[in-house]
Design a protein around this ligand. Structure first.
Ligand code: SF4
Length: 326
């Protein structure tokens, strides 16, 4: 591992000031960054430790939601009674991610910023436009079982690995940030993660030195919360496809629905047209097929991941059938 300096930040502004320097990286739980450093994928010259900043609270907001500090651990967020009762989709998504030990260390902010699990990104002997811009993409002609079928580009077909972010996308969470001047920004989670385009190395809309301080959850929409994840083994595996669903069902069928997907794209995938097809529609196969058509519009496999397209369709049908009991 390359030598680096270590600094414990005394304030958010100090952390942001230090983080803006080239080669500096913020560290909190370190559950992803340390792996990347051991493999020489990340070679920071300085680590800025923010674990002692007062960003570890879950607080009620005046609008009836929750404000989750960036340093709240994944296990604490999943176990919080308010989250379990009001944001079941988020609690379930968190518990579907990683292992108990990792959830005890991983933070809310770090979870949003974790890097893709593309095998070639982690192998520094292989070309990867995300790790080494302009070098190429080994995944196109390689083993691409876990890769994207939506929103990808000629430069990169990686997926975002977070379960938590998928649930937050259904909840319309807002990411709060601060910079070294104390300037604060609120970023809708829909705009926080980016599609790869020609610059897959730029993964979020964070500016240099900007630090996540909290994630705000608006009041939960009405409906039944479900998080379903298909993976290659029953625990400690990333999603091949996952779906976070909040569906409000009445006597006449579905009143409203929110669906977001993991494992399909470089960011949590949510399609307004699919939710429009579900709103005020009778429950049943025809409705779920119409929604699946909208979600999968433009989907394209790359050989090893072709199965994700029919799998997503089946997951939509199964989740809606479970919720509407049809
Ligand atoms: Fe790198 Fe993206 Fe290609 Fe994976 S899919 S090798 S992360 S450029």
């Amino acid at each position: 591992m390359k030598a680096f300096t270590y600094q414990r930040a005394a304030s958010t502004a100090q952390a942001a000031e230090a983080a803006i320097k080239p080669g500096a990286r913020i560290i909190a739980g370190g559950t992803n960054l340390l792996d990347l450093m051991k493999l020489q994928v990340e070679t920071p010259s300085a680590l800025i430790d923010i674990n002692h900043l007062p960003l570890d609270k879950i607080e009620e907001t005046s609008e009836g939601g929750l404000r989750v500090g960036a340093l709240v651990r994944n296990s604490d967020l999943a176990a919080d009674l308010r989250v379990r009762q009001r944001y079941g989709v988020l609690s379930r998504a968190l518990l579907a991610g990683a292992s108990a030990q990792l959830r005890n260390k991983a933070t809310t902010g770090g979870n949003l910023l974790q890097r893709t699990r593309c095998y070639y990104f982690y192998d520094v002997t292989k070309p990867c436009n995300k790790r080494d811009p302009g070098s190429g993409c080994a995944a196109f002609a390689g083993f691409n079982r876990i890769h994207a079928v939506l929103g990808a580009s000629d430069a990169c077909i990686a997926t975002h690995p977070s379960d938590m972010a998928v649930a937050m996308r259904t909840l319309d969470a807002r990411v709060e940030t601060a910079d070294r001047d104390g300037e604060r920004r609120v970023i809708p989670i829909a705009d926080f993660h980016r599609l790869p385009g020609k610059t897959p190395e730029i993964e979020t809309s964070l500016r240099p030195g900007e630090i996540i301080t909290a994630v705000t959850l608006p009041p939960p929409p009405p409906g039944i919360h479900v998080y379903r994840k298909v993976r290659d083994r029953a625990s400690y595996a990333f999603a091949l496809v996952s779906v976070a669903a909040i569906v409000d069902v009445g006597r006449g069928g579905i009143r409203s629905a929110r669906l977001a997907f993991g494992g399909l794209a470089h960011k949590p995938w949510r399609v307004a047209a699919a939710e429009e097809r579900l709103a005020n529609a009778p429950a049943g196969t025809k409705t779920s097929e119409a929604a699946a058509d909208a979600v999968l519009d433009g989907a394209r496999g790359h050989g090893g991941n072709d199965f994700k397209i029919p799998l997503t369709r089946r997951m939509i049908r199964a989740v809606l059938a479970e919720i509407t009991r049809t």
